[in-house]
Design a protein around this ligand. Structure first.
Ligand code: AMP
Ligand code: ZN
Length: 468
């Protein structure tokens, strides 16, 4: 069976065929950098990591673009509230986002375009829509007329009557509900609340709407028509619906073939959201002593289209599952020294691989993929106990586990630390040295060295850098 995805556009499971054989072009809506991303956001980003890693495991070359929303209603609102210039404010959270990606072993995308450095591309697209009579001006704003795009509503599967009822309305908000379907702002003419956030352009002084950002940036890096577009399910309407409208109306071409949406991470029955205040960041959980890899495992281990209920018990469960897998990995390594070859090893390896692929080929169904691994662990542990394994057997088993781990990234022991954690360890080392506890201070130096962090002491203090 071939690789299949559930396409939100058609609400069916479809076999995956990329536009260009062997290459996948995909776009994922990235973070709005107005605060630390929470683990609900990372649920979606983790699904996207699984998707890109699995596409690579299946032999595709992946060109993945994730934008950074660094100008929109929320970034302006919160940077103003803090009295910090927008660029300085968003830079802080961009840096934090990349640190969190590394800590969670989320593989880097090929491109991370920022909205604020792609304003000219957005202006070109808006002009095109104006020239075609699909966009119109109202005061200093420019709106998309949804009545001019007959396919409007095809992604969210909205009923046309409610669309027609709302079609005469206009909104300048980036976010709104299905019930408030309306013409939406492509360009927002400057007003006082924007402060010094504006661009002087051919279409006026102002700033882009959120939706046009993704249409312009995806086209720039992936072309008018590409393979996969993803996001959390809350992005489906209005954001993705509006992206389709803008791009297809401007280019007269199909925008995206496969739309994939991750269900929400929920806490006590409610979506985790910054606005509800019911959220944990990666940093919150690390501070409580949970290893990053447990967060990774927890976010990965529920199928992306099922809601994931976050609990601390779940995190504990993730910790033990990882321990079991890591113990197994070591067990195989040490067992394969002097045993004799057994015909069973090949059979177990082949069956684990084929079940792993069968599971993930089915719309990234992670449960059978994990079941394949845990069955393998059980069978091999029994084999080691009963008969022993040869060095060659062990190598094949390790190679299979390494292969699975290119997709899951949970076996590797090396941890990435946040800058703040490195600083805290350095402080502890300096305090230990002052207290003449050299055993502890050496331990910390070695721990950091094992993570590729080198310390340099000087009379001015200790500086650190990452070894390449
Ligand atoms: P934002 O930073 O708000 O633009 O969101 C970044 C990504 O996180 C988007 O794809 C959202 O759909 C997704 N997202 C937000 N909250 C959740 C949640 N509770 N569970 C899963 N995904 C979420
Ligand atoms: Zn987007």
């Amino acid at each position: 069976m071939a690789l299949r995805f559930f396409n939100t556009l058609t609400r069916t499971l479809e076999e995956f065929t990329p536009v260009e054989p062997g290459v996948v072009r995909m776009y994922t809506c990235g973070p709005t950098v107005y605060g630390f991303a929470h683990i609900g956001n990372f649920r979606t980003f983790m699904f996207e990591d699984l998707l890109r890693r699995y596409l690579k495991y299946r032999g595709y070359k992946v060109i993945h673009v994730m934008n950074l929303t660094d100008v929109d209603d929320k970034t302006i609102r919160d940077s103003n509230a803090e009295g910090t210039p927008l660029a300085e404010y968003t830079t802080r959270y961009k840096k934090a986002f990349f640190e969190d990606l590394d800590v969670l072993h989320i593989e880097r995308a090929e491109h991370y375009p920022e909205a604020t450095t792609h304003i000219p591309e957005m202006v070109v697209l808006i002009k095109k829509l104006l020239d075609k009579g699909i966009a119109y001006r109202s005061g200093n704003d420019i709106y998309f007329s949804i009545a001019k795009f007959p396919d409007y509503g095809k992604l969210a599967h909205m009923d046309l009557e409610s669309l027609q009822a709302g079609a005469s309305q206009r909104t300048t908000s980036d976010e709104y509900e299905k019930e408030q379907v309306s013409d939406f702002a492509l360009w927002k003419g400057w007003d006082e609340t924007d402060g010094d956030v504006f661009w002087e352009t051919e279409i006026g002084k102002g700033r882009p709407g959120w939706h046009i950002e993704c249409s312009a940036m995806s086209t720039k890096y992936l072309g008018n028509h590409f393979d996969i577009h993803t996001g959390g399910v809350d992005n489906m309407f209005p954001h993705h619906e509006n992206e389709i409208a803008q791009s297809e109306a401007a280019n007269d071409e199909k925008f995206v073939n496969y739309w994939l949406h991750a269900a929400h991470l929920i806490v006590e029955g409610r979506k985790m959201a910054k606005s509800f205040g019911n959220f944990f960041t990666v940093r919150d959980l690390l501070a409580k002593g949970y290893p990053a890899v447990a967060i990774r495992y927890l976010l990965l281990s529920t199928h992306y289209r099922a809601s994931l209920n976050f609990t601390f018990d779940g995190l504990e469960g993730a910790k033990s599952a990882i321990q079991r897998l890591r113990d197994f990995y070591e067990n195989v390594r040490t067992a394969g020294k002097d045993g004799v070859a057994s015909g069973k090893a090949d059979k177990y390896v082949e069956s684990a691989k084929s079940q792993f692929i069968e599971g993930l080929d089915d719309d990234l169904n992670i449960s059978p993929a994990f079941a394949a691994i845990f069955d393998f662990v059980r069978d091999v542990n029994r084999l080691i106990a009963d008969e022993g394994i040869s060095k060659e057997d062990a190598q094949k088993m390790i190679a299979a586990m390494d292969g699975f781990d290119t997709v899951l990234a949970i076996l590797k022991k090396e941890e990435v630390l946040l800058d703040a954690e490195v600083e805290a360890l350095i402080k502890e080392r300096n305090d230990s040295r002052k207290a003449r506890n050299f055993k502890r201070s050496d331990e910390i130096r070695d721990q950091l060295l094992a993570m590729g962090i080198v310390l340099e002491d000087s009379p001015q203090g200790t500086v650190w850098k990452k070894k390449l």
